[in-house]
Write a protein that binds this ligand. Structure first.
Ligand code: EPU
Length: 320
C-alpha cells in the first residue's frame, strides 16, 4: 500500500541540509530515512521526511595494514561493499547484499554471517537536526550492540548522519566459519580464498534463502534474535535438544527464525501478509498487504512464540 508524507526533502551535501533545516515547519515531526528497507509505515506520515543523497568514497588515511574510507551516508551499502571487494580490501565482504544505505548501516549496526558493521566503523559524522551543529561520534560513543546504537536509543531522531568512516584491511583475514559459508567454500589442503570468493558465496546463500525485496516485498529479518537467561535456555534444551543457539554475553541467543518455524508459521499467511517459505524470520507482502495486515501477522507470531516457548521476540523492523 502506498503511503504519503507532507514533504520529502532529499539533500546532496551537508551545506544543503544546513540550508533546509531552518526552513522546516516547527509544528511537524521530522523523520530521517535511509532507503527505507527496514521501515513499516502504519499509514501516511504527518510530517517531513529527510533523505541523504550525500555520495562519495574518499580515502582519508592509509597505513601498511589498513585503509580508512570516508563514505557519504547516501551511498548504497552494497555498492560500497562491492567497491571494497573489487580493491581486495577485507572487512565488509560478509555484509554483502544487505539492503539499505551507508547512513543506516551505522544506525542499525547491520550484521550477517558472523560480522557486524560496528567492527569496521571508526567514526560517524552527523548534524543535529534542531541546532544544525556538527558532531563526530567515535565508535565507542555510538554505543553499539546487536542491531543497536545510540542513534536508535538516546539520540533517536536527533541526528542526520552525513558520513561514516570505515577501516578496511589490506591483508584480509577471512571469516568463513559462520553458518553454511563452509558448504560453499570448504576447507581443503589447497584452498585459498579471496574476499571476492566470500562475497560471491554470501550473495549465493542470501539469494537462496532471502526474497529479493524488488520482487517480493520484505524487510529482511522481521524480528531480532532473542537472548534468554541461561537457566531458561537449559530448561528449553531439555525439551528441544535440536534447538540452535549461540552463547553470548548475558545469556544464550536463540534464532527467532527457528522459534517461528517450530510454531508452524513457515510459508503460512494471514490475509495478504505471509511468512517466507525458506526463512521464517522474513515476513513478506504477498501483494497489496496493508500495514495493519503485516502488524496483525507480526502480533500473531509473537503470541505463538510466547505461548510455545515463553520467549518474547521483538521486531527488528521499525514501525512508524
Ligand atoms: N532456522 C530455522 N528455520 C527458519 C529459519 C532459520 O530452523 O525458518 C534456523 C536455521 O536452520 C539456523 C538458525 O535458525 O540453525 C539461524 O538461521 P540463519 O543462519 O538463517 O540466521 P538468522 O539468525 O535467522 C541472522 C540475521 C540475518 C542474517 C543471518 C545470517 C538477525 C535478526 N538476522 O538471521 O540478518 O542475514 O543471520 O548471518 O540477526 C536482517 O537483519 O535483515 C538479516 C537478514
Amino acid at each position: 500500500m502506498d503511503v504519503h508524507a507532507h514533504l520529502f526533502y532529499e539533500y546532496e551535501s551537508e551545506e544543503e541540509l544546513l540550508q533546509i533545516l531552518p526552513q522546516l515547519p516547527a509544528d511537524q515531526p521530522v523523520l530521517h530515512i535511509g532507503a527505507g528497507s527496514n521501515l513499516l509505515f502504519s499509514g501516511d506520515y504527518p510530517g517531513i521526511i529527510l533523505h541523504s543523497a550525500i555520495r562519495g568514497i574518499e580515502t582519508v588515511a592509509e597505513t601498511a595494514d589498513n585503509l580508512l574510507l570516508r563514505v557519504g551516508a547516501g551511498e548504497v551499502w552494497d555498492d560500497f561493499v562491492a567497491y571494497t571487494v573489487s580493491r581486495g580490501l577485507g572487512g565488509a565482504e560478509n555484509l554483502s547484499l544487505i539492503p539499505g544505505e551507508v547512513g543506516a548501516s551505522a544506525v542499525q549496526n547491520i550484521g550477517a554471517y558472523g560480522a557486524e558493521v560496528k567492527d569496521i566503523i571508526t567514526q560517524v559524522e552527523a548534524i543535529e537536526l534542531t541546532t544544525g551543529q556538527r558532531r563526530t561520534f567515535s565508535n565507542a560513543e555510538c554505543q553499539y550492540a546487536y542491531r543497536q546504537s545510540i542513534f536508535k536509543n538516546q539520540l533517536k531522531g536527533r541526528y542526520a548522519i552525513t558520513y561514516v568512516t570505515y577501516s578496511l584491511c589490506r591483508h584480509p583475514v577471512l571469516n568463513l566459519d559462520y553458518g553454511n559459508i563452509r558448504a560453499v567454500l570448504p576447507i581443503t589442503p589447497s584452498a585459498t580464498y579471496t574476499v571476492k570468493d566470500v562475497r560471491d558465496a554470501i550473495i549465493a546463500i542470501r539469494n537462496e534463502k532471502l526474497p529479493d525485496p524488488a520482487l517480493l516485498g520484505n524487510a529482511g529479518s522481521f524480528f531480532m534474535n532473542p537472548v534468554v537467561p541461561t537457566a531458561q535456555f537449559q530448561a528449553l534444551l531439555q525439551e528441544y535438544p535440536a534447538m540452535p543457539h549461540y552463547v553470548v554475553p548475558g545469556g544464550v541467543k536463540i534464532p527467532a527464525g527457528w522459534l517461528i518455524d517450530q510454531c508452524g508459521w513457515k510459508g503460512k499467511s494471514l490475509g495478504r501478509a505471509g511468512v517466507h517459505d525458506r526463512q521464517a524470520l522474513v515476513l513478506v507482502n504477498r501483494g497489496g498487504a496493508t500495514p495493519d495486515e503485516i502488524m496483525a501477522l507480526s502480533d500473531a507470531i509473537c503470541q505463538s512464540v510466547q505461548k510455545k516457548f515463553g520467549i518474547t521476540i521483538h521486531p527488528e523492523v521499525n514501525f512508524i
